[in-house]
Design a protein around this ligand. Structure first.
Ligand SMILES: [Zn+2]
Length: 399
C-alpha cells in the first residue's frame, strides 16, 4: 500500500468544513478514529499494538524490548491544519515496514512504530504533550489540570479514552525501550525546494515557547461609554501585535506570532473586560528568544499602563534550541547518499526526545512551503521517496 493510499483512507476524518483542512485534536472523536485506524493498519501488518501510560501508541515488529529502533510521529493537527503534518510520518513508517518485508529484511533489534498524542497542543494548549509527559518535561499534576476550550480537563479526556489518569507521567520503561528515535515529517518551509531534494535530514530546531498575556480593563457599553472614559484592554492587545512584529524584526532570525486573541465577553457592542492573547516566539538560541520576549513584555506593560489596564504574562511552555545528534545526522545522510541537512523553525516530539535518547528527523519536500494550513503539500512521489528513505534508515539502524 502506498503512503498516498494510506493518507487517502483518512482524508475525511476530522475534515474541517469551516476552516478548511483538518481539525484533529488529542483524544477528540477524530483523533480516536485515527488511533483506531492506526491500530487496524498495524494489526493488518501483524504488528502488536500497545498503549503506554501517557496514551502513545506503539506497534511492535517482533517482541517489544529495550534499545529498540523507534519511528513515528503524530496524528493530531492544529485547527484547520494540513494533511501531512504528523500523518505523513505515521503512514511512511507503516509503508517502510512493508518495504523492509518486501526486501526480506528482518530487524536485529526490536522495531516499533509510535504515535504520540496531542503533539500540536491544539486541544490542551501544550505542544508535544505526549512526549513531554513521557520524558517528565511537564509535571503530571499540572498536565492533568490542563483543560480544553470546553473546560474538559486532560484527566477527563484520558478517562473518556479508556486511559487511567493515575498512570500518567514520566515513563522510564518507555524511554529505556527507545534505543534510537527517527521521526519523518513534511518540511515546514522551502529548504528542500530550494535545494531541489525530495528528502533531507534535520539539523536543528529553534528555541521556542508560548506565552499568554492577559490584559484586564473595564467591561462597559460600546455606545454609552465616552472615549475618554474607557479602559479598553483590546487597545493594548492590538498594540501588542505590532510590538511583537517590531521586536522579532529587530533580532536576527527570530519570529513572533500572535495567532489567537480571546476577548471576554466577546460582543460586538461591548468593550471587553479582559483580552487573552497568546504569543508564540522563537529564535536560534535561548538568549535571543528570551530577548524577544522581554522586549514584547516591556511593550505590554507600557501599552497596558497607557490605557489604564493591567497585564499579566504567563509562560505556558518553553523549549530550548535543539541540535540533533551530529554523528547520527551524518550517518543517516550517508545512508541516504549524502542528502542535505537543514534547520527548522517548527517544534516536534523528536525535539523533546532528543534530550533523552539519540534522535534524528527526516524531512520530505513541501513545494508550497506552507504548513499549519490546508495548503501544506507533498507530492505522492516525494511521499514514497520519504518512505523508501525511512526504510533505508531503519534497515541500517536495526541491522
Ligand atoms: Zn508535526
Amino acid at each position: 500500500m502506498s503512503v498516498a493510499a494510506l493518507l487517502g483512507a483518512i482524508s475525511a476524518v476530522g475534515a474541517d468544513g469551516r476552516r478548511g483542512g483538518f481539525s484533529r485534536h488529542g483524544f477528540d472523536s477524530a483523533d480516536m478514529e485515527l488511533r483506531a485506524w492506526f491500530t487496524e493498519e498495524a494489526a493488518r501488518r501483524g504488528l502488536a499494538v500497545e498503549t503506554d501510560r501517557n496514551g502513545a501508541l506503539w506497534a511492535w515488529w517482533g517482541e517489544p524490548g529495550d534499545d529498540a529502533v523507534v519511528t513515528g510521529s503524530h496524528l493530531d493537527s492544529v485547527p484547520g491544519g494540513g494533511a501531512y503534518d504528523g500523518p505523513l510520518g505515521v503512514a511512511a513508517a507503516l509503508v517502510a515496514v512493508d518495504l523492509l518485508r518486501e526486501r526480506g529484511f528482518t530487524p536485529n533489534r526490536p522495531l516499533a512504530v509510535t504515535v504520540f498524542p496531542e503533539e500540536e497542543g491544539g486541544r490542551f494548549g501544550l505542544a508535544c504533550l505526549g512526549s513531554r509527559l513521557m520524558t517528565g518535561a511537564v509535571g503530571t499534576a499540572a498536565a492533568l489540570r490542563l483543560s480544553d476550550p470546553d473546560g474538559v480537563t486532560l484527566a477527563d479526556a484520558l478517562a473518556s479514552a479508556g486511559l487511567d489518569p493515575a498512570h500518567v507521567g514520566r515513563d522510564e520503561r518507555a524511554l529505556s525501550r527507545i534505543g534510537v528515535f527517527v521521526e519523518l515529517h513534511v518540511e515546514q518551509g522551502r529548504g528542500l525546494v530550494d535545494l531541489d531534494a525530495p528528502v533531507g535530514v534535520a539539523h536543528s530546531i529553534l528555541a521556542h515557547g508560548r506565552w499568554r498575556l492577559r490584559f484586564t480593563g473595564e467591561g462597559n457599553h460600546a455606545g454609552a461609554t465616552l472615549m475618554a472614559d474607557r479602559r479598553d484592554p483590546m487597545v493594548p492587545a492590538a498594540g501588542l501585535v505590532l510590538a511583537a512584529r517590531r521586536a522579532a524584526t529587530a533580532i536576527a532570525g527570530s519570529r513572533a506570532t500572535v495567532g489567537r486573541i480571546v476577548p471576554v465577553p466577546g460582543g460586538t457592542n461591548v468593550i471587553p473586560s479582559t483580552v487573552d492573547l497568546w504569543l508564540d516566539a522563537r529564535a536560534g538560541d535561548d538568549l535571543r528568544t528570551r530577548a524577544v520576549v522581554a522586549e514584547i513584555e516591556a511593550a505590554a506593560r507600557e501599552l497596558a499602563a497607557d490605557e489604564g489596564c493591567a497585564v499579566t504574562v504567563t509562560e505556558e511552555s518553553y523549549g530550548d534550541a535543539v541540535v540533533f545528534d551530529a554523528a547520527l545526522r551524518e550517518e543517516l545522510s550517508g545512508v541516504l547518499g549524502g542528502v542535505p541537512d537543514l534547520p527548522t523553525g517548527a517544534g516536534h516530539d523528536a525535539g523533546i526526545l532528543a534530550a533523552h535518547v539519540p534522535t534524528a528527523m527526516l524531512f520530505v519536500r513541501n513545494p508550497t512551503g506552507v504548513s499549519h494550513a490546508p495548503e501544506e503539500f507533498a507530492s505522492d512521489a516525494d511521499c514514497e521517496a520519504g518512505a523508501r528513505a525511512l526504510a533505508d534508515v531503519l534497515a541500517h539502524l536495526a541491522r
